[in-house]
Design a protein around this ligand. Structure first.
Ligand SMILES: O=c1ccn([C@@H]2O[C@H](COP(=O)(O)OP(=O)(O)O)[C@@H](O)[C@H]2O)c(=O)[nH]1
Ligand SMILES: O=C(O)[C@@H](COP(=O)(O)O)O[C@H]1O[C@H](CO)[C@@H](O)[C@H](O)[C@H]1O
Length: 209
């Protein structure tokens, strides 16, 4: 059976990274967990290593797209599971549900959509499902994207655009009771809001790419 490599880009996620890795490692179909610490200044990398992930450390923060690219360059599987490091409530079932449509050849990429978790994060993903970072995706789809290393938060939009252009099959998967830590919760309201505006800018830039 096809195995998958899980790639987790992580920028200062010491509070949540361990739980995410532990769940992913308990899933049989996953044969490697790669964490790319994107210039983290906290204990993200050490914790990830202690929990059995293969860790690549960027000296400086290069953005999510660059972190994912390093993971993909080092992934020896045709199937990639992309997960964010700040998930709360991840289960084995979520992971399997994301992978199954691709393993069964019903999809080339899945997009995980939060549902019945927290109102704010459910609503964000209901309004903009194309932004979700939880995906199972064939490696060939990711490697076809030009300049993925400069996309930062535009990586999901770039992925979705590429899939539409090339005619790949996409299936949305409901991920019940799953949420993540919002930027304003991580950074405080002012910094979080500024980070959100920067993220929207990355997304707009990649919509035009
Ligand atoms: O410069 C960055 C920004 C974010 N991330 C990671 O990308 C994922 C999604 O980012 P974030 O949680 O900030 O996005 P949100 O879900 O809040 O929009 C998380 O695992 C982050 O740690 C990263 O590797 N580099
Ligand atoms: O769902 C969304 O609107 C954004 C922002 O989430 P929050 O408002 O911080 O909960 O989060 C996603 O968007 C980013 C850009 O596509 C992705 O990189 C993140 O993985 C994803 O959680």
């Amino acid at each position: 059976m096809m195995k998958a490599v899980c790639i987790i880009p992580a920028y200062n996620e010491e509070k949540t990274i361990a739980d995410v890795i532990d769940v992913v490692k308990s899933v049989d179909i996953i044969n490697k967990v790669i964490v790319v610490s994107d210039g983290s200044t906290d204990n993200t990398a050490t914790i990830a290593r202690n929990h059995g992930a293969i860790v690549y450390e960027l000296k400086e923060n290069k953005g999510k797209g660059a972190a994912v690219k390093i993971g993909v360059d080092n992934a020896d599987s045709e199937l990639i599971l992309l997960l964010d490091a700040d998930l709360i409530g991840l289960t084995k079932e979520h992971v399997v549900d994301l992978l199954n449509p691709v393993l069964r050849d019903e999809a080339d990429m899945t997009i995980g959509i939060f549902a019945k978790g927290r109102f704010a994060t459910d609503l964000a993903q209901f309004v903009a499902p194309h932004l979700s970072g939880q995906r199972a995706v064939k490696k060939e789809i990711i490697t076809k994207i030009n300049n993925i290393d400069i996309t930062r938060y535009g990586i999901e939009v770039a992925l979705t655009k590429s899939v539409e252009r090339e005619g790949y099959r996409v299936v949305n998967v409901e991920l019940k009771d799953l949420t993540h830590i919002m930027k304003e919760e991580k950074l405080g309201f002012r910094k979080g809001f500024a980070a959100r505006m920067k993220m929207y800018w990355d997304i707009l830039r990649c919509l035009k790419m």
